[in-house]
Design a binder for this molecule. Structure first.
Ligand code: SIN
Length: 511
């Protein structure tokens, strides 16, 4: 079978290796260089229950469902957690070197909302970079046709099936045909003014799949990581740092999370991110402090060499001073709706990794489950390529009907479109707290921008903008339809929500 895989993060690379090992002819197309995107930025690690650790798959399943606010699919979660040992074996077979403890066993870290230390890591805090290095080398060594600098424009269909894709190559276009297409194009962090993801995370696969008619699901659930460095040139400060014992303090040095959740700094990510945003709003937008000083210079440098170096490059020494942090967009729980075999609602089209909504993350992803999901569902999708069976109907997102644009008062003033205007709008109204009035205003602005944009887009930047506008509108409408708060989706106008103020964010502010 000729298989076209689009995207070269952990999901796409894993699928390419699996498909090649299964004897398929594999074309791996990626928008930049092989191994770009968000995977190399992953710090914390990969959650996995391994034999002989005293941990259990049942506990991992329970933690995942709890963090997901009960919205996850229990069957998909059980598959995910139960397949971890095989996923780790596949990564090691491809050359990944996980960190080892003094006794020679794989070192295991703790992260928020996990009931056990089950996070495998590599290079201390460079887990994604190590996985990407190993998988890219394995792909280069395999007989895989790698096509770099291929920006996905549209999916191609024939006879009721997806049959390939059309790509932008510079200013020209190229078509690639295949028996099956696996989308592994990642999320859409570029929607937001503050994000931990790569700027190339423009949701291209999800937008192209939606235009082709694939169902999307759970797209209102966007996760905000609690701790990005609150300085220009921001970057992620791993959850694993709090797992090692770092604390969060407000401007007066007080630990504010002890009053919010029994697990304090190790509460689920959505809880911590919202508590930080509320504290920042109270303090005029100034970031909170991450205090890791008590861990000591030696331990910080050994366990978190990447973060230590990034901070030092910015003149910060976290063994001696607190570090200013604030939430930033991090991960999209929703995406192309798939079954547990990675199959979308369009025959011939599979989706894996962050582009997919497999149901494992529910309304809020448990830390370090994303790398695991990428490997497990890459293997599921490849196994499904040759398995017969009908394609399923999707449940999809059922947004409210569009607002009657004509009768609605124009938002005043309606800003002109620019990427940064879009990112500011999404940060304010599709961010940590949403409300009906803000969502209505956002929909009207987005529909005006979509109506006025040149169509079809000419060139890659214009195509990215089209994708971002369309996805923002879809998220807005899904968020409007979900009138009550759940997991990462907080409706400030839900009477059950806490009365904390709207987040004010000054990521560039100094302490
Ligand atoms: C982190 O290191 O905090 C990120 C891990 C994740 O997103 O699962």
């Amino acid at each position: 079978m000729r298989v076209l895989i689009i995207g070269s993060g952990i999901a796409g690379l894993s699928a390419a290796l699996e498909a090649r090992a299964a004897g398929h002819r594999v074309i791996l197309a990626t928008r930049g260089a092989l191994g770009g995107g968000s995977t190399p930025r992953a710090q914390g690690g990969i959650a996995a229950v391994l034999p002989g650790t005293g941990d259990s798959v049942d506990a991992h399943v329970a933690d995942t469902l709890r963090a997901g606010a009960g919205h996850g699919d229990a069957g998909a979660v059980r598959l995910l957690c139960g397949a971890a040992e095989g996923a780790i074996a596949a990564l090691e077979h491809a050359g990944t070197r996980f960190d080892r403890a003094a006794g020679g066993e794989r070192a295991r870290g703790r992260e928020a909302a996990h009931s056990a230390a089950r996070i495998l890591h590599a290079g201390g805090d460079r887990t994604g970079a190590e996985i990407s290095r190993a998988l890219c080398a394995a792909v280069r060594a395999a007989e895989i046709d790698v096509r770099e600098d291929h920006f996905l424009a549209e999916l191609l269909g024939a006879g009721g099936r997806v049959r390939g894709a059309e790509f932008w190559r510079g200013t020209g276009r190229e078509e690639i045909f295949a028996d099956a297409v696996i989308l592994a194009t990642g999320g859409a962090g570029a929607l937001y003014a503050y994000s931990t993801t790569d700027t190339l995370a423009t949701g291209d696969g999800v937008a192209a799949a939606a235009r082709a008619g694939a169902a999307l699901a759970d797209i209102e659930f966007y996760q905000f990581h609690p701790t990005a460095l609150a300085r220009p040139g921001s970057f992620l400060i791993s959850e694993a740092v709090r797992g090692e014992g770092a604390l969060l303090r407000d401007r007066s040095g007080r630990r504010f999370l002890t009053a919010v959740h029994p697990d304090a700094e190790l509460a689920p990510r959505d809880v911590v991110a919202r508590a930080i945003a509320a504290t920042m709003a109270r303090d005029g937008g100034r970031p909170v402090d991450l205090d890791a000083r008590h861990l000591g210079a030696e331990r910080l440098a050994a366990r978190f060499p990447g973060i230590t170096r990034e901070l030092a490059d910015r003149g910060l020494d976290w063994s001696r001073e607190c570090i200013p942090v604030a939430p930033a967009a991090h991960y999209w729980m929703g995406g192309i709706e798939t079954d547990i075999r990675g199959r979308s609602t369009l025959p011939g089209l599979y989706a894996i990794g962050e582009a997919a909504r497999t149901g494992v993350h529910g309304a809020n992803r448990l830390a370090s489950n994303s790398l695991l999901e990428a490997v497990v569902f890459a293997r599921q999708a490849v196994a499904a390529l040759t398995a017969p069976g009908p394609w399923r109907q999707g449940h999809g997102t059922h947004p409210e009907p569009p607002l009657p644009l004509e009768s609605a008062p124009a938002p005043a003033p309606a800003p002109a479109y620019s990427r940064s205007a879009l990112q500011g709008l999404c940060w304010e109204h599709l961010g940590l707290r949403r409300d009906r009035a803000g969502l209505d205003r956002t929909e009207r602005i987005l529909r005006g921008w979509i109506r006025d944009a040149p169509s079809p887009p000419r060139g890659i930047a214009a195509a990215e903008d089209q994708n971002l506008r369309e996805l923002a509108l879809a998220i807005t409408r899904a968020a409007r339809a979900r009138a009550s708060s759940l997991g990462a989706h907080e409706r400030a106008d839900d009477p059950r929500s806490s009365p904390s103020p709207r987040p004010v964010h000054q990521l560039g502010a100094t302490a």
